[in-house]
Design a protein around this ligand. Structure first.
Ligand code: AMP
Length: 207
């Protein structure tokens, strides 16, 4: 299976990707994670991406497409994967269309104010990358590791990221609906409820 996970920042794409990975054994490719990893390792790509990430803007298409093209080339023709955070523009979606055939695009719908609220308490584990909330935990509930807040999860940057989502990424809803690939989920619910719906959609889509 080759899937795209589509949705605003904070819609829960990463959380659902981890659950889908566990159930379907699909590789998880997150462009945001690749940029953060590059930043941690002080690579030129990391430095280039940082200025856009800090401002809540998109890294230029050319840079992202080159990076994703290299990543996709690592997969065998029959290997499944899910893309989380890519594509984010129509140009990226057209690029992807030229590279591979998709089985489905899951759209995670959540309203903006719920996202602002959700991201103001989002925390990520330094050790295992698990995403959780500070409202309930001060250590990672999965491995006990230390939690940190992503630099771009402050309200001002979140609002910029949402604006960018509506202007540049939302057109992909029509793009994929027109190709009969769109599977929609109400992502305003609890992660386990969202996942139950995802499983239902994927099982139905397979048959
Ligand atoms: P994410 O972890 O998916 O929220 O991504 C964090 C940041 O990385 C975004 O706000 C962008 O600055 C950058 N980024 C990630 N994926 C893409 C993409 N497909 N196109 C452009 N920028 C991206």
């Amino acid at each position: 299976m080759r899937l795209v996970l589509l949705g605003a920042p904070g819609a829960g794409k990463g959380t659902q990707a981890a659950l889908i990975k566990e159930r379907h054994g699909l590789a998880h490719v997150s462009t945001g994670d690749i940029f953060r990893e590059n930043l941690k390792n002080s690579t030129p790509l990391g430095f280039e991406a940082k200025k856009y990430m800090d401002a809540g803007q998109l890294v230029p298409d050319e840079t992202v497409m080159k990076m994703v093209g290299e990543k996709l080339a690592e997969f065998a023709a029959d290997e499944g994967f899910m893309l989380d955070g890519f594509p984010r523009t129509v140009a990226q979606a057209e690029f992807l269309e030229g590279k591979t055939k998709l089985d489905g695009v899951i759209l995670f719908n959540v309203d903006d104010e719920a996202i602002v609220k959700r991201l103001s308490s989002r925390a990520v584990c330094k050790d295992c990358g698990n995403v959780t909330t500070r409202l309930e935990h001060d250590k990672c509930p999965s491995c006990g590791g230390e939690l940190y807040t992503r630099e771009d999860d402050n309200e001002q940057t979140v609002r910029s990221r949402l604006k960018v989502f509506h202007e540049q990424t939302e057109p992909l809803v029509k793009f994929y609906r027109d190709r009969n690939l769109l599977l929609e989920v109400d992502a305003g619910q609890k992660p386990e409820e969202v996942f139950a719906r995802v499983v239902e959609l994927l099982d139905h889509d397979k048959n």
